[in-house]
Ligand binder design. Structure first.
Ligand code: TMP
Length: 252
């Protein structure tokens, strides 16, 4: 499919104009970054895996009626998505303490939380995506109270879906981040899940061994990131036919 003009380039993905108004093409790069891009690498095959994995999760969410931006996968690295206005928040859901929560509160990583906890970061790389209370979000007009209620409901549905799917393949969903977009239909606005859902934006631990199968492998130098993501894809049955390495050689 002919690709339109570049609309936006992020750390792990690039967005191009889509074939029809209201659509975009999302291209998954092999770039891995951590700590607000202080640490960077090219990880061969990561983009191919994340394209497949995000397709798998978004299609699953579609099938249970959780609205999201995914339309269809175009090739190994690209998918057609609905254009939306991104709410400038990172919506984080935690089932077990880890990462910044463990650091902030001194809770051992892997401690089960009394219930899923949702938190919000304001999306601004220059500020390092600071954690913000809901009161800031409403007061500064980043989202309305009604939208926040809808965002919480969406995030909890995504959490139930993802936790169940991962549990079914022997993986514990520790936490994840999603982004939400607004789509306008006539006079109507609704919220959809946008961006991506992949091991870049989740913490995934093997239930038996506790082995990390997510971007912490890169953040903390724990081994080969492609191997970890390939294992997640293999368990979910979504490996590209010839494997990520082969896939790399046939993409644009
Ligand atoms: P944190 O413990 O570092 O705050 O991360 C919480 C979750 O959010 C974890 O699954 C990783 C994900 N995440 C992103 O997707 N992007 C980010 O920029 C950060 C900091 C975390």
């Amino acid at each position: 499919m002919a690709r339109g003009k570049k609309i936006y380039e992020g750390k792990a993905k690039t967005l191009y104009e889509g074939p029809e108004p209201g659509t975009l093409i999302q291209y998954f790069k092999d770039d891995a970054t951590a700590f607000n891009a202080e640490k960077k690498a090219i990880v061969d095959g990561k983009g191919v895996l994340n394209n497949r994995l995000s397709e798998f999760f978004m299609e699953g969410l579609n099938s249970i009626g959780v609205p999201n931006h995914f339309i269809k996968r175009l090739n190994m690295r690209e998918q057609l998505i609905r254009q939306c206005e991104i709410v400038p928040l990172e919506v984080i859901v935690r089932n077990y303490a880890a990462g910044s929560m463990s650091k902030r509160l001194g809770i051992e990583e892997g401690t089960q939380l009394p219930r899923p906890i949702i938190e919000f970061s304001y999306k601004d790389d220059d500020l390092g995506d600071p954690l913000v209370p809901e009161e800031y979000i409403i007061a500064f007009g980043w989202a309305s109270q009604q939208e926040m209620d809808d965002i919480v409901a969406l995030a909890l549905r995504v959490n139930d879906y993802l936790s169940g799917v991962m549990y079914g393949v022997g993986i514990k969903l520790i936490d994840f981040k999603i982004e939400i977009g607004r789509v306008f239909e006539g006079d109507f606005m609704r919220l959809i899940v946008a961006d991506e859902i992949s091991p870049d934006s989740c913490r995934l631990w093997d239930i038996e061994s506790g082995q990390k199968l997510d971007k912490d492998v890169f953040r903390r130098d724990l081994g080969n990131l492609t191997d970890a993501y390939t294992e997640v894809a293999r368990r979910l049955g979504v490996l590209p036919t010839n494997g990520p390495a082969a896939a790399n050689s046939v993409i644009n």
